[in-house]
Write a protein that binds this ligand. Structure first.
Ligand code: HEC
Length: 126
């Protein structure tokens, strides 16, 4: 029985001390573990963020918004010709364009985590 408490304490200790390099974001209540492009849990899905915050300008249909970049697929999103970190997360992030709904701190943290993990496609890490 005693061992269980040690074990629980260890888990608590470890989860409380795992730190993120971007302390300036409010990380409370933001689950950034296991983020992938497609995910059965929409809270862990990058595609869900793109659908809600980017496709209004970056779909084939909506390109008339002035962007000539389509972001409907994984391949299009992870195209190495642009730096997603700089565009979406870094201090000079410029997307989504001013005037449209912005990414929340938590969404930025999820994207950051996804980039750091080499853009996993799905929950199996492909
Ligand atoms: C309100 C319209 C709008 C929204 C919403 C928007 N963008 Fe853009 N995006 C543009 C326009 C317009 C450009 C063309 C460059 C420019 O005008 O800055 C662009 C350019 C880009 C580029 C190409 C940058 C380059 O260096 O070539 C990428 C990648 C991009 N956006 C990603 C995103 C992502 C990811 C989101 C969602 C988080 C997003 N955008 C949301 C309008 C938008």
């Amino acid at each position: 029985m005693k061992h269980i408490f040690y074990f629980l304490f260890l888990i608590l200790f470890v989860t409380c001390t795992i730190d993120n390099e971007y302390d300036y974001f409010n990380q409370h209540d933001c689950d950034t573990i296991g983020i992938s492009y497609v995910n059965s849990n929409l809270d862990k899905s990058i595609q869900a963020i793109i659908n809600s915050k980017c496709l209004s300008c970056h779909s084939e249909l909506n390109m008339a918004q002035g962007s000539f970049v389509v972001l409907e697929t994984y391949e299009q999103l992870t195209n190495s010709s642009y730096d997603l970190y700089d565009l979406l997360v870094g201090p000079n992030a410029s997307m989504p364009k001013v005037g449209s709904p912005q990414l929340t701190d938590c969404e930025k943290l999820k994207i950051d985590n996804w980039i750091n993990n080499q853009y996993p496609y799905d929950e199996m890490g492909r």
